[in-house]
Write a protein that binds this ligand. Structure first.
Ligand code: ADP
Ligand code: MG
Length: 358
């Protein structure tokens, strides 16, 4: 495991101040490589030994999640997927079951636009690999259509106690769109349990906050979908998370066309119109899954999907650079550059049943 540790304040400064006043709170930082990405954990204001012990425990937890939830490295999830493909059921590990339950609820609330059952489609488009930039031809449209016709979904699962099977052998579970967010929630719960009051965890660009950063709330950047900079900064309340989904990091580029790793379950094809969606929510699993669902929903349906997911803070960016925001998000975000084109829309009221986009 790759771990780098350092203290936020230079030791000399801390010692100098200690002579006349109590030592100032310190930021203890740890970097862990897990889920194919860098995870940065910052713990604020805790005694160094407690911060270190908590960070070590979090690192162990994250490695267990990585092992148990990985969609293609052999482990509990690949075993479950093999059982589903063979028409069998499988006894899942205690760390997998809560992820399955949380994801099924989010799939329903997103009307199936967030659908962790489409792992075969994700694999068919070449995204079950550690190689994040590819230049491979897209798959045969016939194979895509065949899989879409089988309508794989988590709704097909049969969950009895800790045994999981599926009515539909075309289901292949892939939690790539929710795992980092759910991991953020578990990390905050673990830190609370270990007596940590203030922390920020950055799981490959998705952040979860606990408490505050000294006198002020945690303030984090939202990555710009084009280029390396940030679109703006937002503050996070304790327990909140912000997640951004898009095609800026993981994609396939073939003959000048960029194929996103976010697949529309209705067409089986990578999404095109929206290049990124950012969501702030009271928990990480919701923020992460919702960000993916809103990319799929597009500028036509995003508000209805946000409403049904219970999201009030969302921002989308389309291929032309137009920003779509909820009024709540507009209040939260401090833009780096004034946006060229901005559409602010209220969440719609509830619509009668039957208005599902899928
Ligand atoms: P990131 O991994 O950059 O945070 P996302 O949270 O949007 O981005 O997750 C995208 C991943 O989720 C894909 O790599 C794939 O594994 C999976 N996925 C793609 N499309 C969907 C979808 N419509 N519903 C659920 N999972 C998806
Ligand atoms: Mg996501």
């Amino acid at each position: 495991m790759a771990v780098v540790r350092r203290f936020g304040l230079p030791l000399l400064l801390a010692l100098g101040l200690a002579a006349c006043a109590p030592p100032p709170p310190q930021l203890y930082q740890e970097r862990i490589f897990v889920f194919g990405t860098l995870v940065d954990l910052g713990i604020w204001g805790a005694p160094p030994e407690r911060a270190k012990a908590a960070a070590d425990q979090v690192a162990r937890d994250l490695h267990v999640m990585h092992r148990d939830w990985h969609p293609w490295e052999p482990g509990p999830l690949t075993e479950l997927n093999a059982a589903i493909a063979a028409g069998q059921d499988y006894r899942v590990t205690p760390s997998l079951l809560p992820l399955i339950r949380v994801s099924l609820d989010l799939e329903r609330r997103s009307h199936g636009l967030f659908d962790p059952g489409i792992g075969r489609l994700v694999a068919l488009w070449g995204f079950h690999s550690d190689d994040i930039h590819k230049t491979k031809p897209p798959p045969d449209p016939g194979l895509v259509a065949e899989l879409v016709a089988k309508r794989p979904s988590m709704e097909d699962l049969i969950i009895e106690g800790d045994r999981v099977g599926s009515r539909n052998p075309a289901v292949k579970l892939d939690f790539g769109a929710v795992a980092k967010g759910f991991a953020g929630d578990l990390v905050l719960a673990r830190l609370r349990e270990l007596g940590i009051e203030h922390a920020l965890i950055n799981l490959g660009g998705g952040l979860s906050a606990l408490g505050r950063h000294g006198e002020r709330p945690w303030r984090v950047g939202i990555r710009h979908p084009q280029g390396a900079g940030i679109l703006g900064a937002v503050t996070l309340e304790s327990g909140e998370a912000v997640h951004t989904s898009g095609n800026y990091e993981r994609y396939n580029e073939y003959e000048g066309i960029k194929y996103s790793h976010i697949i529309d379950p209705r067409t089986g094809r990578p999404v095109t119109e929206i290049v990124s969606a950012s969501v702030i929510a009271a928990n990480g699993a919701l923020a992460d899954a919702a960000a993916t669902a809103l990319v799929v929903a597009g500028s036509r349906d995003w508000l209805e999907i946000a409403r049904d997911l219970g999201i009030e803070l969302a921002m989308l960016v389309d291929e032309q650079g137009t920003l779509y925001l909820t009024p709540g998000m507009l209040e939260r975000v401090e833009f780096d550059q004034p946006p060229k084109s901005l559409v602010v829309k209220n969440l719609p009221g509830a619509t009668p049943a039957g208005g599902s986009p899928r």
